[in-house]
Design a binder for this molecule. Structure first.
Ligand code: ADP
Ligand code: MG
Length: 355
């Protein structure tokens, strides 16, 4: 049985904006699932339809196998954490977290127990008497999480919950969220526009574009086998070579690109003569001053730009045969320590057909 399932869900707003366009997928119980995509692609709308704040124009939403499309939000076993936190600023941490349980007339000893338990899980023990206005942004974020978890929902929906935090704190909270989710064993549906964040925290990712899911898979699948050009471009950095497929030799596909040819190892079924796009990650490319005799793929070019970013050095190489620019990310310290390359150097860019 699936935790959350969407079947052909579409949302068209009154002004004819198609925010979500015939989306179907199923989330497993206890999964850390991300919706990833650029601003405006429909992530929040999708999340709000799972929560019940928004009704699909067509399609079905299921929770634990039951159709909840027409179930009001408060009757769904689902909670949501908002980017703005939406806490009561002048109430204490304790009262913010206990609020929902008090409304439901849960007996006081039960409330105390539940609040203390969740405070410990989000690492806020000792701060229960503080007011929200006396907390840092990161602590407020934890209160919002605690409040959403205190009644043990089946599913927790998180809409860019780390968006307001600075980078360092954000990376720390990503790890903590993963640990928290392992403890509470609740399905997390996490919305983000940050591709690195989603790769870090997710079991699986649905990559969205224009109201559609372009690819659904594990972080590794999505990074290493992007299904569409959009996914390859949005996740990480990619070089695109467009050309025509000219048949297979020794298990390698020959692709003729302007002024050159490249060899690709790919299981993809393509017809001779078809137009294709070859995608290569910058970290799979290497540069050398002499022709690389080992690699089948080697294009000559000139270094146009060198950017040192700490973890690697990024070279922009203009290929002589066709004037296109390839990005090469080199982690090898030799590149910087010995200053082997400099602007306007003539180099060869090479890569393995399997990349
Ligand atoms: P995301 O969360 O990915 O940034 P949203 O789900 O918020 O995207 O929005 C998807 C699209 O739907 C956008 O074009 C947005 O302008 C539009 N939209 C969102 N809410 C409404 C609304 N209440 N009325 C009309 N259009 C909306
Ligand atoms: Mg949004």
């Amino acid at each position: 049985e699936h935790s959350v399932e969407l079947r052909n869900v579409t949302k068209v707003f009154d002004d004819d904006t198609v925010a979500v366009d015939n989306v179907s997928f199923a989330i497993k119980p206890g999964e850390f699932f991300s919706l990833l995509g650029p601003s405006g692609c429909g992530k929040t709308t999708l999340l709000r339809m799972i929560a019940g704040f928004e009704k699909p124009s067509s399609g079905t939403v299921l929770l634990n196998g039951k159709d909840i499309t027409d179930t009001p939000p408060y009757k769904r076993d689902v909670n949501m954490v908002f980017q703005s936190y939406a806490l009561f600023p002048h109430m204490t941490v304790y009262n913010n977290i206990a609020y929902g349980l008090k409304m439901k007339h849960v007996p006081k000893p039960k409330i105390v127990e539940a609040v203390n338990d969740v405070l410990q899980k989000v690492k806020l023990t000792g701060l229960e008497k503080r007011r929200i206005t006396q907390l840092s942004g990161g602590q407020q974020q934890r209160v919002a999480l605690a409040r959403a978890l205190v009644n043990h929902p089946a599913v927790l929906l998180l809409d860019e919950p780390l968006g307001a935090l600075d980078q360092k704190l954000r990376e720390q909270m990503q790890i903590e969220l993963v640990n928290l989710q392992e403890q509470v064993k609740i399905t997390f549906v996490f919305v983000t526009h940050d591709q690195r964040e989603s790769l870090t925290i997710s079991d699986r990712i649905a990559v969205m574009n224009n109201g559609n899911v372009e690819q659904l898979g594990s972080p590794k699948e999505i990074y290493e086998f992007p299904a569409t050009r959009f996914v390859a471009d949005f996740i990480g950095t990619s070089n695109f070579l467009t050309g025509i497929y000219r048949g297979e030799e020794n298990g390698l596909k020959r692709i003729v690109i302007p002024g050159a040819e490249v060899w690709v190892e790919s299981p993809q079924e393509i017809e001779t003569g078809e137009h294709v796009t070859v995608v290569i990650r910058p970290e799979k490319l290497s540069i050398s001053k002499e022709p690389n005799d080992i690699e089948l793929n080697s294009l000559q070019g000139v270094i146009e730009e060198i950017i040192y970013v700490g973890t690697d050095t990024r070279y922009f190489v203009r290929i002589l045969a066709n004037d296109m620019v390839l990005q090469v990310f080199a982690q090898n310290v030799l590149h910087t320590a010995k200053q082997r390359f400099t602007w306007f150097d003539q180099v060869y860019v090479s890569w393995d057909p399997g990349s």
